[in-house]
Design a protein around this ligand. Structure first.
Ligand code: BTN
Length: 268
């Protein structure tokens, strides 16, 4: 009988490998960034499907070139940081980060009782505080020119972290899942995430749109775009685009360069 690893590598591999032949789980103590590492490998032609988990990242990255700092709790890392890499050829990439968010939120908070929400385009929020983020990147490996290699990086706060430098104090998973270890959370998250990515490749974002809407933290709120335009958020369309009613009419936002800041909920 095998000793059970704290990271459940064998269970995760057994659940995923039938869909992704050659899939492996790697856990490292420290790395610059799990996403940087998988992008490096892909550019060198290593396009095997893999889950790379790091206890610590020394140069974690967020969207738009921002650093992503892992939470620290005494000597313990208090974040779950991992990247999933696999070759993928969807017809349309729009809305992938939203579909990934739906999968992660449903795995962590299956019935919605914990109030885990999604903030377009790639954040997990709880009670108006950021709990985690998703970074989607693709590489075009020289050896596999027809198919991109997708790297999905996910960082989740397991425990409390300092609010210094952040717009809002962060939320963390331990607020409602007191007993769950990082490995147990990973075991819950990864097989449905692989299912989600494969379903997305087949059918795009549309089948996820209603599930996103159930957890959409911006819908029905006054929001402000990074160019200063204000408006009422009308939720997310079938292609994953954000819809905002502004004084100049409906604005449909696809660009990941736009940041959206909630101001206040209408009627609240
Ligand atoms: C964001 O909030 O802007 C996205 C944060 C993504 C962080 C994760 S942690 C694992 C993976 N490695 C990285 O360097 N970034 C992603």
């Amino acid at each position: 009988m095998h000793a059970t690893s704290a990271w459940f590598e064998d269970e995760i591999t057994a659940a995923v490998a039938p869909q992704l032949p050659g899939f492996a789980v790697e856990v490292v103590t420290e790395i610059d960034s799990t996403s940087t590492e998988l992008m490096r490998r892909a550019r060198q032609g290593n396009v095997a499907p893999v889950l790379l988990v790091a206890l610590r990242q020394t140069a974690g990255r967020g969207r738009m070139g921002r650093p992503w700092q892992s939470a620290q709790q005494a000597a313990q890392p208090a974040s779950l940081t991992f990247s999933l890499g696999l070759p993928l050829a969807p017809r349309d990439w729009s809305g992938l980060s939203l579909a990934v968010g739906v999968s992660v939120a449903e795995s962590l908070d299956p019935g919605g009782a914990a109030g885990l929400q999604l903030k377009w385009p790639n954040d997990l929020w709880r009670e108006d505080r950021k709990l985690g983020g998703i970074l989607i990147e693709t590489a075009l490996p020289q050896s596999e020119a027809a198919q991109r290699y997708l790297v999905i990086g996910i960082g989740l706060n397991l425990g409390p972290r300092e609010a210094e430098g952040l717009n809002t104090p962060p939320a963390w998973i331990g607020e409602w899942r007191l007993e769950a270890s990082a490995g147990e959370l990973l075991r819950d998250l990864v097989p449905p995430l692989v299912d989600t990515v494969q379903a997305f490749a087949e059918r795009g974002f549309a089948p996820f749109a209603e599930r996103f809407a159930l957890r959409d933290t911006l819908r029905g709120r006054e929001v402000q775009l990074s160019d200063g335009t204000a408006g009422l958020c009308d939720g997310v369309g079938w292609g994953g685009e954000l819809r905002v009613q502004t004084a100049a009419g409906l604005q449909v936002i696809n660009s990941s360069e736009v940041s959206v800041r909630p101001r206040q909920r209408v009627g609240a």
